[in-house]
Design a protein around this ligand. Structure first.
Ligand SMILES: Cc1cc2nc3c(=O)[nH]c(=O)nc-3n(C[C@H](O)[C@H](O)[C@H](O)COP(=O)(O)O)c2cc1C
Length: 192
């Protein structure tokens, strides 16, 4: 709760869900996807991922499929993997991050949600809990809204799957790549 936010507006709220309501969300989300329901996330996203970023997406997918032994032409294996995401990775707890609708329209709002979410994930990790920030779990937002009882004055932003990590699960050994600092950061005015 000590995360910074623009003007200290603390736009965020959390629905911490487990048990039957979480199972109902998993079920409704998966059924919706498999039944061809269009994506109903409540935030903007791109229609086409630029090549450079797509490359990174492919790289981490290759690492994960490699660890899980899912071959390139194993359609069922791949589908199964994607569906895990829609089920929140079968985690015992899911935290839905929402924000106050009255703050909709400012880009500071999702930025602040990102800040608090990172803080939450770090706090979880510091206690040994695994956490996965994800959009897949809220792909069917009406389902999430219904079963988590989220009020209309809240916009659904992201979900965080939470639980004790299974160290024996092969994908958990994957360490994703990062571009180097030299590529991400430009240092200006330091020399001379
Ligand atoms: C905003 C956001 C949305 C994400 N959505 C998903 C998701 O829907 N499904 C998923 O499996 N991972 C999701 N991730 C996890 C990223 O894929 C992951 O952080 C990235 O591949 C880097 O891997 P690492 O966190 O293990 O280093 C999401 C992460 C963020 C920050």
């Amino acid at each position: 709760m000590r995360a910074p936010s623009s003007f200290n507006n603390q736009c965020w709220n959390f629905s911490v869900v487990t048990g039957e309501p979480l199972d109902a969300i998993r079920h409704g989300n998966t059924e919706g996807i498999l039944g061809g329901q269009p994506d109903s996330r409540e935030f903007r996203t791109f229609t086409k991922v630029p090549d450079e970023h797509r490359g990174r997406q492919i790289e981490v997918a290759k690492q994960l499929f490699g660890a899980m032994g899912i071959e390139r032409d194993d359609k069922d294996g791949r589908q199964d993997w994607v569906l895990r995401g829609f089920r929140q990775f079968d985690a015992p707890v899911c935290i839905i991050v929402t924000y106050d609708r009255v703050l909709d329209g400012s880009d500071d709002t999702p930025f602040d949600c990102g800040a608090v979410t990172t803080a939450l994930v770090n706090a979880a990790w510091s206690r040994g809990l695994g956490a996965v920030i994800n959009s897949q779990g809220i792909m069917q937002s009406p389902v999430v809204r219904e079963h988590a009882g989220i009020a209309e004055d809240q916009v659904i932003m992201k979900s965080i799957a939470l639980g004790w990590p299974d160290e024996a699960f092969p994908a958990n050994a994957v360490v994703s790549e990062r571009k180097p600092v030299a590529e991400a950061a430009t240092f200006v005015g330091f020399s001379g």
